[in-house]
Unconditional design. Structure first.
Length: 100
């Protein structure tokens, strides 16, 4: 679980990256989950765009993708989801220390 400070840090880092995945009217399938998981392993921080022809709620889409990839939702803003998952092989992002 990410702290508020960590989420702010990740939102700042994600500001300039472009969405690399799109969820359209087909919704979430195994292919989308696999692509998201692979992208998270390679980059740790990704943006996913939800297209207008997708009829699912943005929160539900974010929760499902995050749950199946074991990632943390950093932010849902408009039709864009920002996800973070620490990479096992390719760690690049050093999060601020979490305060108790």
């Amino acid at each position: 679980m990410l702290s508020g400070k960590q989420k702010r840090y990740l939102r700042k880092k994600a500001h300039h990256i472009k969405p690399i995945l799109q969820v359209g009217k087909g919704g979430i399938n195994e292919n989308v989950i696999k692509q998201a998981d692979d992208a998270l392993e390679a980059r740790e921080l990704i943006k996913i765009s939800i297209l207008q022809n997708n009829m699912d709620e943005k929160d539900e889409v974010a929760d499902e993708i995050a749950g199946k990839t074991k990632a943390d939702i950093v932010q849902i803003i408009g039709s864009t989801i920002i996800l973070y998952k620490e990479s096992k092989e390719n760690k690049q992002i050093e999060l601020p220390v979490q305060e108790d």
